[in-house]
Design a protein around this ligand. Structure first.
Ligand SMILES: Nc1ncnc2c1ncn2[C@@H]1O[C@H](COP(=O)(O)OP(=O)(O)O)[C@@H](O)[C@H]1O
Ligand SMILES: [Mg+2]
Length: 361
């Protein structure tokens, strides 16, 4: 098994900086997800690790070995793509056996390995079929089987579930995670789907515009976003943001449509740490509450819409010109256009610097 280290990796395609100065360590047996919007450099990073693409600058290590000059076939990594790229004219058996045949593994050994993997992936009955006779989920398993049959040191999975329908995707998430745990293979998983990333990974690395924003466990990323980008990207509906100015004399923050008076110890930190007087308050929909009665931090809003989504509901509220989303119980009764007072759960909100957009507290 292997630990992967990316050191100052930069990759440019002409004028495009696909990856910028990326430093990242993936521990042995870890399931790490690269998460970010389309075009942020996820596939490029995977291809650099696989050796399919050469970085413009920086180093890749497998354990303590520098692998910059090692060709893909000598890196012992298995990559699974969004399109499964199965060989259409070959049976499932032959598809899975293929990497072993290339390596001239004996017939008996191949037979043993293919059957044991087919067992594990529950595709034993499909071994004689051709890819076009399989469902999307079954094809996905065959692609996985072909990847793991060589006992690779590293799995690189590039949006492997995005071609599956929603229900199967949820099912395959758990299957994949389980398989990875069973095999104990260091895995780097790429997705733009935050739910996938949060539900499967030991740690998540968030990339945006080729720049690493934050690395952490799913709960660290959710509870303590490093900046406005991460706060806004993770969570559905996303975090609400309010831009305001610190009014040091009054001990409050002026958001235009409302003011907010933090606890003195929080206010002191904001005054001290903010680069200018501007700060951004971030509050997740579940960390805003409808108040029974008005208090000094109450914000007046107007109900715009109530979206019932099963166990809870999303209350859309206008505050001045801003639209805010709050999570409320599905039993919540609301009249559209009605005036309400809302507030923040004080210990759950975040303050970001108005200039750098990095978290202050
Ligand atoms: N072979 C290439 N030639 C030119 N530009 C590329 C190439 N591969 C990727 N890019 C560019 O690099 C950026 C990152 O791409 P990619 O790594 O595929 O992103 P992601 O997988 O996160 O969607 C994009 O702007 C993309 O257009
Ligand atoms: Mg990609």
């Amino acid at each position: 098994m292997v630990r992967i280290t990316l050191e100052n990796i930069t990759k440019t395609f002409g004028p495009v900086k696909a990856v910028q100065n990326l430093n990242l360590k993936v521990e042995d047996k870890e399931f790490l997800t690269l998460l970010g919007p389309s075009g942020c450099g996820k596939t490029t990073t995977l291809r650099i690790i696989a050796g399919l693409e050469r970085q413009t600058e920086g180093n890749v290590y497998f354990d303590d070995v520098l692998v910059n000059d090692l060709p893909p076939k000598d890196r012992n990594v298995a990559m699974v793509f969004q399109t499964y790229a199965l060989y259409p004219h070959m049976t499932v058996y032959d598809n899975i056996a293929f990497p072993l045949r290339i390596k001239k593994v004996s017939k008996d050994e191949i037979d043993k390995r293919v059957k044991s993997i087919a067992e594990m992936l529950q595709i034993r009955d499909l071994l004689n079929r051709k890819p076009h006779e399989l469902s999307g989920g079954q094809q996905q398993r065959v692609a996985l089987g072909r990847a793991i049959v060589r006992n690779p040191k590293v799995f690189l999975l590039d949006e492997p579930l995005s071609n599956l329908d929603a229900k199967l995707r949820v099912y395959m998430r758990a299957e994949l995670k389980n398989l990875q745990r069973k095999l104990g293979v260091t895995t780097i998983y790429v997705t733009h789907d935050q739910v996938e990333a949060m539900s499967m990974s030991d740690r998540v690395a968030i990339l945006m515009s080729g720049i690493l924003q934050q690395v952490g466990t799913p709960s660290e990323i959710y509870d303590n976003p490093a900046n406005v980008n991460v706060g806004g990207f993770i969570g559905n509906p996303p975090m609400n943001f309010f831009k305001g100015s610190i009014r040091e004399d009054e001990g409050l923050i002026d958001f235009g449509d409302f003011t907010y008076t933090p606890k003195p110890e929080i206010f002191e930190i904001l005054v001290r740490e903010a680069k200018g007087s501007e700060v951004i308050l971030g509050a997740r929909p579940e960390h805003m509450i409808v108040l029974e009665e008005k208090d000094k931090n109450a914000i007046e809003g107007k109900i715009y819409l109530l979206e019932i989504i099963g166990e809870s509901a999303i209350l859309d509220l206008t505050i001045g010109d801003n639209m805010v989303k709050m999570r409320v119980p599905s039993s919540f009764k609301a009249e559209i256009g009605e005036k309400v007072y809302v507030g923040f759960q004080e210990d759950k909100i975040h303050f970001f610097d108005g200039k750098t957009e990095k978290v202050i507290i």
